[in-house]
Ligand binder design. Structure first.
Ligand SMILES: Nc1ncnc2c1ncn2[C@@H]1O[C@H](COP(=O)(O)OP(=O)(O)OP(=O)(O)O)[C@@H](O)[C@H]1O
Ligand SMILES: [Mg+2]
Length: 358
């Protein structure tokens, strides 16, 4: 580790990064501390972003977003300056490739030399990372699956610079789908064959996990903002009013029937995408039944969505609470608040389990 670290009783520094999920609708922050084998929740909070500040995973208004993050750190009194973030959208490619078994060094060389064959970006313009999934060890084959991740430097650097400007150091850059997987596995370590579905404002991440490995990870550009947009145009209201109607903050009154139609139609599209992913999975693994569908993201809070998905897919469906196994002081953090915000904290909670040591 290089540097010697003093560990004085009561002065133990947090060695986990602050999880920072920069979504297109809201910033979500979560800070955890290691406590024996599990974790304790220290801080959590969220703040809504202005329209268009983050779009398709790209930071469009760094100053506005930076100011909101800085404000949130201040309000939550977070001292830890090391953050773990995740990216998503068009500027990230996650791809599974099948290669001859090699050691880590050979693999790195091969991937650097051959990357252009696998990803549609100019190799000089991306950060590349990979992980040997070691499938050969299970199958006894001389070939193995490797997960390849490429992210546009320009987009990643945009986030890093914005965070640096407000005094934060980024120690981890993850991908939304993997952070979600991490979050899930921390809470349910020995679960097999699940489909994780995170429904945000503008995208839906579908991640099928089988025998502890991600088999399929895909982002679809559907999300809860679709509902807001449609409500706004149908009733000719402001975005804020449409949002309030959507989340049930104001009663629907005579708009109930039309609202129901909007929900039914949009959710129908979401279900279709989930079913497509499941079909794709079953075409390759017909025997490996998926036992659970786990919903997260703000869009998971649509009333009755879990029951509807259960009915349409036949898979037991639940809304994810990433704090199920995480303790906290109810005098410092309101349990009702944790309960209410839990689904959209899934990714930030996953990021908050990452070590902060560079
Ligand atoms: N009760 C609810 N019913 C429907 N939608 C809701 C509800 N509560 C919150 N949402 C929606 O969830 C979305 C925010 O969720 P989340 O924070 O997961 O999105 P995000 O991470 O910012 O977006 P993305 O991941 O798509 O970039 C908003 O569109 C918000 O309106
Ligand atoms: Mg999100």
């Amino acid at each position: 580790m290089g540097k010697f670290q003093f560990s004085l009783p009561g002065l133990k520094k947090s060695n986990l990064a602050v999880g920072l999920d920069i979504g297109s609708h809201a910033i979500k922050i979560c800070e955890l501390a290691e406590s024996g084998k599990s974790c304790r929740l220290l801080k959590l909070g969220s703040a809504i972003l202005p329209e268009g500040a983050v779009e398709d995973g790209v930071l469009q208004e760094p100053d506005a977003v930076g100011a909101i993050i800085a404000e949130l750190f201040k309000n939550l009194k977070i001292k830890n300056k090391k953050v773990a973030i995740s990216i998503s959208g068009y500027s990230v490619i996650v791809k599974k490739i099948n290669l001859a078994v090699m050691d880590q060094e050979e693999l790195a060389e091969h991937i650097t030399a051959e990357a252009e064959q696998y990803i549609p970006f100019d190799i000089d313009e991306v950060f590349l990372d990979f992980q040997d999934l070691k499938t050969s060890e299970l199958s006894g084959s001389d070939r193995t699956d490797v997960m390849l991740v490429a992210a546009k430097k320009e987009v990643v650097n945009g986030y890093l610079e914005m965070l640096e400007k407000i005094g934060l150091t980024t120690v981890v850059v993850d991908v939304d789908a993997f952070a979600l997987e991490n979050s899930f596995e921390k809470n349910f370590p020995s679960q097999d064959n699940v489909v994780l579905v995170d429904i945000g404002a503008s995208k839906m991440s579908i991640n099928i996990i089988s025998h502890g490995a991600s088999i399929l990870a895909r982002d679809v550009v559907l999300g809860s903002r679709q509902l807001t947009d449609q409500i706004q145009s149908r009733f000719d209201t402001s975005m804020e009013e449409a949002e309030d109607l959507k989340i049930g903050k104001v009663p629907p009154e005579d708009k109930r029937e039309q609202l129901e139609n909007i929900f039914t139609k949009t959710i129908g599209h979401w279900v279709l995408e989930i079913q497509k992913a499941l079909e794709f999975y079953y075409s390759t693994y017909p025997e490996d039944t998926i036992h659970r569908l786990v919903l997260s993201g703000g869009g998971a809070k649509v009333k009755g969505l879990d029951a509807y998905l259960n009915k349409e897919t036949g898979i037991e469906t639940e809304i994810f609470n990433p704090f199920t196994r995480i303790e906290f002081d109810p005098k410092k953090i309101d349990p009702m608040y944790v309960q209410r915000i839990a689904p959209e904290m899934a990714i930030s909670a996953g990021l908050a389990t990452r070590p902060s040591l560079l």
